[in-house]
Design a protein around this ligand. Structure first.
Ligand code: 5U1
Length: 682
């Protein structure tokens, strides 16, 4: 039995969510923050779970995708989906406008509707009595594919139209696109999964829309913008294209906010110029603008030629993909030591900008593209992002095209290059001396959680390196007050304070702090502490082989190989020797058996907002006492520390009867065990 108010509640939630979607997508005026939308959405989901008989196909919850299909059904377009003629320059556009005036026998300037030409996929949506009943691709214009299940997953495609007095049938056409941000996120995730990245947002949108499994489409960031009405039954056509688009908006379907009316060619040219100027700021790719005669009667009079209307034209922009030649590949070293290949190209105009470099991401990408020096390559450039090499034109490969290999050593400092198993990125191991990494390495070394050198902030590190006073972390300890006082905006007193702070940072130095300060890849505070506990002395850590390193709790094979490569690098050894000579000598201590620590074998979970210390600080103290810190609560959890606004993890802990401590109780417990939480006030 359905409780009396539930059907009304469900309806209310659906109406509210649909209304918010309309405000967000069509009016471009969000009514509430996303979190509020999500909260109501979850309420609706919960009600529908409890009352499945109330689920309707057009509920906002029903966008998750359907069972996979074996193939797409064919659909016949009652009104063919046409293509557009193109104008590539001003003269071609003037000729189009002249033809129209001649055909209409009018001397007057023609009124047009102008809008961006989105670079995606044309899609037709059919609504019967307000319900979305079919989504289809353009196909050959006469027949397309039935992609209803897929378009239903696109949030900006309403499942039901808005308002009362809805047409018995309306077929709306428009473009499905993927935004640049959505495209970048999708390609990152493709790469993480070891899948081939998409060449450009258009291909990504096409691949996503033609998925047989609509649950996959549901995960893809697709957007829909309507641009025309192809069929209408049960309501009169409007007088003009402009009014028709307003009606589409009123029905709750998104139309580009850039749509405008223009009168005469000069107006069209000004519109073209203004959109072209803003092209790089738009969140999706456009390849031109489209002009349509505004008067629908005039459209009818003008009719069609072959498969394109005489009343519309696409005024193209410079292409975003061009072909050029790969002259060379250079290797750049980033701030974190990541070695990335950069393509040096024969300069080419792409989207109105001269491109002579493009990113290649990593060596795997070079292999995936099967790239050789001398190849003809396709370059894609959109928005402000760095141009990238999309593909190689294999049939244009010259005989002498040269294969590309990884450099044998870091091109900046000559240190060994190391690529951890399972990682796409290769890195320079000369973390302490590599010029490309030196500022980053010094800033990390000086930071509060590392050597905690008071007064040595980022700007001073930049100034010291730029003045040639410091090239590696050991040079800090040779600085004289006079050196520092010579820097811009540095008084004698601050210089003296800084030099003193540097000196004292090396005194009574805990091994874990020093190990963390070295900036070894993936060695955070917890790992540094585990290493210090296990080995007790710097020399022992430095000489440990990978087998010895993986014996340390918290150290797996990847981290072990990072540690070993770091200490095997002679340049790094030299800097550590220089530090020691300057008196920076971490204290030795008895190795600690983790099993003997008070919280050995315990697993703790931290949740909610912690106000008196950070999660890292709580984690560090727990690990120093031998506990493991996990991300989720299970039967194996020993204790949960719950800060403010703790949510599902706290619920789970209560459900499983796990001990829960608030911040104060946690501090008391740590105190009782003789441990101090960094950051917590006394
Ligand atoms: N913006 C826009 N793109 N586009 C593509 N309008 C537009 N109109 C089209 C096409 C194919 O065709 C009309 C003839 C409806």
């Amino acid at each position: 039995m359905v409780a009396d108010t539930v059907p009304d509640d469900v309806k209310h939630l659906r109406d509210q969510l649909n209304d918010w979607s309309y405000r967000y997508y069509v009016l471009d005026d969000p009514a509430v923050p996303d979190a509020e939308y999500d909260r109501l959405f979850r309420q609706l989901q919960a009600l529908e779970r409890a009352h499945p008989e109330l689920v309707t196909p057009d509920s906002p919850t029903q966008r998750v995708g359907d069972a996979p299909l074996d193939g797409f059904d064919e659909v016949r377009h009652e009104v063919p989906m046409l293509s557009l003629g193109n104008a590539f320059d001003d003269d071609e556009l003037s000729a189009f406008d002249r033809r129209i005036r001649e055909r209409l026998g009018s001397e007057q300037a023609v009124v047009y509707v102008a809008e961006p030409k989105l670079d995606g996929l044309a899609v037709s949506l059919v609504y019967q009595n307000g319900h979305l009943v079919r989504g289809a691709t353009r196909g050959d214009g006469q027949r397309g594919e039935d992609i209803t299940a897929n378009v239903r997953t696109i949030r900006s495609v309403p499942l039901t139209l808005r308002g009362t007095g809805l047409p018995a049938l309306i077929e709306i056409r428009g473009e499905v696109v993927m935004t640049h941000a959505g495209f970048d996120a999708l390609n990152r995730s493709q790469q993480e999964k070891g899948l081939k990245p998409f060449a450009n947002p258009r291909n990504a949108a096409a691949g996503s829309l033609r998925q047989l499994d609509s649950a996959v489409t549901a995960q893809r960031p697709l957007e829909f913008f309507a641009y025309s009405v192809a069929r209408l039954e049960g309501e009169d056509w409007q007088e003009s294209q402009w009014q028709q688009l307003q009606r589409v908006r009123e029905l709750g379907v998104r139309v580009s906010p850039e749509v405008s009316t223009c009168t005469g060619v000069d107006d069209l040219l000004a519109y073209h110029a203004s959109i072209l100027k803003r092209r790089d700021e738009l969140p999706y790719d456009i390849d031109g603008v489209v002009y349509k005669v505004n008067d629908l009667h005039a459209q009818e009079l003008l009719g069609f030629v072959s498969r394109a209307p005489r009343w519309a034209i696409a005024h193209k922009f410079p292409a975003q993909e061009e072909i050029t030649r790969l002259l060379d590949v250079e290797w750049q070293v980033g701030r974190t030591g990541a070695i990335t290949p950069v393509a040096r190209l024969e300069p080419v105009q792409v989207g109105g900008v001269t491109v002579s470099n493009a990113t290649l991401h990593n060596f795997d990408e070079i292999q995936r593209l099967d790239l050789r020096i001398g190849d003809s390559v396709v370059i894609y450039r959109a928005g402000d992002v760095i141009p990238k090499v999309v593909s190689v034109i294999a049939e244009r490969r010259p005989e002498k095209a040269a294969p590309i290999s990884m450099p044998g050593a870091c091109p900046v400092c000559g240190s060994e290059i190391f690529r951890a198993e399972g990682e796409a990125v290769a890195r320079c191991t000369g973390g302490l001396i590599c010029a490309a990494q030196q500022k980053e390495a010094i800033k990390h070394f000086a930071s509060r959680r590392a050597m905690d050198i008071d007064g040595l902030g980022d700007k001073i590190v930049d100034a010291l390196v730029d003045a040639g006073l410091v090239a590696d972390v050991a040079d800090l300890y040779a600085l004289a007050e006079a050196d520092v006082a010579g820097l811009e905006r540095m008084g004698e007193k601050s210089a003296a304070n800084l030099v003193a702070a540097i000196r004292t940072s090396g005194e009574n130095l805990a091994l874990e702090r020093f190990l963390f300060a070295l900036g070894i890849r993936e060695v955070g505070e917890a790992t540094a502490l585990a290493l210090a506990n296990h080995f007790g002395a710097l020399d022992k850590v430095m000489s440990a082989d990978e087998d010895a390193l993986v014996a340390v709790s918290d150290v797996g094979p990847v981290v072990a190989s990072h540690i070993r490569h770091f200490f095997a690098e002679p340049h790094n050894q030299a800097v550590i020797a220089k530090l020691r000579k300057a008196g920076v000598e971490p204290l030795e201590r008895e190795p600690l058996e983790v099993a003997s620590l008070p919280l050995a074998d315990q697993t703790w979970v931290l949740t909610g907002t912690l106000t008196r210390f950070t999660r890292d600080q709580a984690k560090a103290v727990l690990q120093s006492l031998g506990a493991k810190v996990a991300g989720s609560v299970s039967r194996k959890t020993s204790c949960v520390v719950a800060g403010e606004s703790a949510g599902s993890k706290l619920d789970k802990a209560k459900e499983l009867d796990v001990v829960v401590l608030d911040e104060q109780e946690f501090l008391q417990k740590m105190d009782a065990l003789g441990a101090r939480v960094d950051g917590a006030d006394a």
